[in-house]
Design a protein around this ligand. Structure first.
Ligand SMILES: NC(=O)c1ccc[n+]([C@@H]2O[C@H](COP(=O)([O-])OP(=O)(O)OC[C@H]3O[C@@H](n4cnc5c(N)ncnc54)[C@H](O)[C@@H]3O)[C@@H](O)[C@H]2O)c1
Length: 313
C-alpha cells in the first residue's frame, strides 16, 4: 500500500508520516515545504495547482488530506486565500482522485465544526449550525465535498474531526507551545479571564494513530471525532508546566470575547469502531513536548519553505 499525505510536512501530517513508516507503509508527502524526515518521497506542489495534485496521485492507494491554512488568525486576515486553499484545495484533491481512480480519502477536519451548536453533549450525529468563523465554514464545506464525492462518484471518504492537538512540531502560536516557550524564556504567561475554561488536549501521536486506524475499511464513508480524554483548564496547563520546570510567572488579563468555552464531545464511536483512544496523559505529553522543545530551540523549529506561499493561480 502507498499513501499520499497532503500537508505531510506540517505539524499533524508529519506525525501521521511517522506512524505510517512505523507500519512499513510507503508514504509520499505533497506539500510546499520539505518534510521533517528524509526517507519519504516528496512531491513539491501547491493544492491550488490541479495538475500538481493529479500528478502526485500516481501509484497511490489512499490519500490523507491535511494541507490547509490551519491558523484561524491567518484565515481571518486573508479569507480569500484561506478559502482557496481550504475549500478549492479540497475539491482539487477529490477531483484528482476521481480522475486518477484513487478511491480512499481521509480528511482532517476539526471539532470546531461544533462551535456554534448549542447541544451540551455532542457526537457525530449532532446537527451542525451555520458557523461564525470562516475557518469553520471552509472545513464544513470540505466535509460536504467529501460526502458528495462519495455519493456521486463512489469514493470512500472518512472525515476525522480532530480535537486540539499538542506535542512536538506544534506551531508556536498554539497554547501549550506558547506557554512552554514563555516559561523557558522566563517571561510571564498571560491568562485571559479566570483560566478555568477547559479544553481536552490531545497528544499529537495519539491523534496520528487515529488517522492510521481510519485506513481500515470500517471507516469508509463515516465521520469520527478524535477528541482528547482529559479535561485540562488553562490554569492546569500552567500547573503542569510548573511540575516539569518549577515555578513560572503568570499574568491575568481580561477574558477575550467569544472565547470557545469548551464542549463535551464524544469520541465513543472511534473507540467502538476503530479501537482508538488516547493513551498519553497530559502531564506525560507536556514532559515529552518540553524535552523536544529543549532539543529543538525555536530557530531549528522553523520549517524550510521552498516556495513562497503567495499567489493564487
Ligand atoms: N492544529 C490544530 O489545532 C488542528 C485542529 C483540528 C484540525 N486541524 C486540521 O489539521 C490539518 C493540519 O493542521 P496542522 O496543525 O498540521 O497545520 P500545519 O500548518 O502545521 O500544516 C499544514 C501543512 O499544509 C501545507 N500547505 C499549506 N498550503 C498548501 C498548499 N497550497 N499546497 C500544499 N501544501 C500546503 C503547509 O506547508 C503545511 O506543511 C489542517 O487541515 C487543519 O485544518 C488542525
Amino acid at each position: 500500500m502507498k499513501v499520499l499525505i497532503t500537508g505531510g510536512s506540517g505539524f499533524i501530517g508529519s506525525h501521521i508520516v511517522d506512524r505510517l513508516k512505523m507500519r512499513n507503509i510507503d508514504v509520499r508527502v505533497f506539500d510546499m515545504v520539505l518534510p521533517s524526515r528524509g526517507d519519504v518521497e516528496f512531491y513539491k506542489g501547491s493544492l491550488l495547482n490541479e495538475e500538481d495534485v493529479r500528478m502526485s496521485m500516481n501509484g497511490i492507494d489512499a490519500v490523507f488530506h491535511l494541507a490547509a491554512v490551519a491558523n484561524v488568525d491567518h484565515v481571518f486576515k486573508d479569507p480569500y486565500y484561506a478559502e482557496a486553499i481550504n475549500t478549492r484545495g479540497t475539491i482539487n484533491v477529490l477531483e484528482a482522485m476521481r480522475r486518477t481512480g484513487v478511491k480512499k480519502l481521509i480528511y482532517g477536519s476539526t471539532i470546531w465544526v461544533y462551535s456554534d451548536t448549542d447541544a451540551s453533549v455532542i457526537d457525530e450525529n449532532t446537527p451542525l449550525h451555520p458557523p461564525k468563523h470562516l475557518y469553520t465554514a471552509t472545513k464544513i464545506a470540505s466535509e460536504y465535498y467529501c460526502q458528495s464525492y462519495a455519493q456521486l462518484y463512489g469514493l470512500k471518504t472518512t472525515v476525522l474531526r480532530y480535537g486540539i492537538p499538542y506535542g512536538p512540531r506544534a506551531r508556536g502560536e498554539t497554547v501549550v507551545a506558547l506557554f512552554v516557550g514563555k516559561a523557558l524564556r522566563g517571561e510571564p504567561i498571560t491568562i485571559a479571564g479566570d483560566g478555568l475554561q477547559f479544553r481536552k488536549f490531545l497528544y499529537v501521536e495519539d491523534l496520528a494513530e487515529g488517522n492510521v486506524l481510519a485506513l481500515n475499511s470500517i471507516a469508509d464513508n463515516k465521520i469520527y471525532n478524535l477528541e482528547g480524554k482529559e479535561k485540562v483548564s488553562i490554569r492546569q496547563i500552567v500547573e503542569t508546566i510548573e511540575k516539569v520546570l518549577g515555578s513560572v510567572k503568570v499574568q491575568y488579563v481580561e477574558g477575550r470575547k467569544g472565547d470557545f468555552s469548551g464542549k463535551e464531545i464524544s469520541a465513543k464511536k472511534a473507540f467502538q469502531e476503530l479501537g482508538w483512544e488516547p493513551h498519553v496523559s497530559f502531564e506525560e505529553g507536556v514532559r515529552r513536548y518540553i524535552e523536544w522543545y529543549k532539543a529543538n530551540p525555536p530557530k531549528q523549529q522553523e520549517r524550510i519553505i521552498i516556495e513562497p506561499i503567495s499567489t493564487l493561480v
